[in-house]
Ligand binder design. Structure first.
Ligand code: E4P
Length: 217
């Protein structure tokens, strides 16, 4: 399973990329709005840093506007993946942009039918939002199981990109269910590294080693 970082923050991306674990980045208008500076320049630097797929979202809501913005975003860098929301206009834009040869990530997916329709119009990725489904009292990960099964049955090339990830359990479940990609905030990736027994174990190894060295002198 590939790991993308869900952020528009270059420092967070640099820190994660330096660990050698990052395959790509996802952004959205809310994430980029938190960053200061020109969004095109930020996206360019992110692409340069990650050297993998970087999702950049359109803000137009009509098909023509999405296509125009999508084509423009794609000129920033070859790694840009155009993100469009799942609406009828978004579906039409996805079809047009995909036919042009662009990679499209259809976002704001909350049902299996939405994912299936996005796959039918050639989406490179669908982004089901598991955390936001959990927030409204449903089990977000059930949607991932359904989408993975549907895509496997039909042999769609569309990748399941698990989004709105809130904790390492979402990450583990995504991998177990056969999702292609998980995109996680840096804080969740940090949590994936941690286990108290690793820290305690290392401390004990080093103490025992020191003690043995001291006894030899
Ligand atoms: C990713 O593509 C989404 O934009 C993101 O994961 C949304 O996460 P949130 O529900 O935590 O805002």
């Amino acid at each position: 399973m590939k790991l993308f970082v869900d952020t528009g923050n270059l420092k967070e991306i640099e820190a994660m990329v330096s660990l050698g674990i990052v395959d790509g980045v996802t952004t959205n208008p809310s994430l980029l709005a938190k960053e200061s500076g020109d969004y095109r320049e930020i996206l360019k630097q992110i692409c340069r840093t990650v050297q993998g797929p970087v999702s950049a979202e359109v803000v137009a809501t009509d098909t023509a506007g999405m296509i125009r913005e999508g084509r423009d975003l794609a000129t920033i860098d070859e790694h840009i993946v155009i993100k469009v929301p799942f609406t009828k206009d978004g579906v039409k834009a996805c079809k047009a942009l995909s036919s042009d040869g662009h990679r499209v990530n259809v976002t704001l997916i909350f049902s299996a039918t939405q994912a299936w329709l996005a796959a039918k119009v050639g989406a490179a990725y669908v982004s089901p939002f598991v955390g936001r489904l959990d927030d409204v009292g449903t089990t977000g990960m059930n949607l991932i199981r359904e989408i993975v099964e549907i895509f496997d049955n039909a042999d769609y090339a569309t990748e399941v990109l698990v989004a709105s990830v809130r904790n390492p359990i979402h990450v583990v479940e995504s991998a177990r269910m056969g999702a292609d990609v998980v995109t996680a905030p840096a804080a969740v990736i940090e949590q994936c590294f941690k286990h108290p027994l690793t820290d305690i174990g290392l401390e004990r190894f080093l103490k025992d080693w020191e003690k043995a060295q001291a006894a030899k002198v």
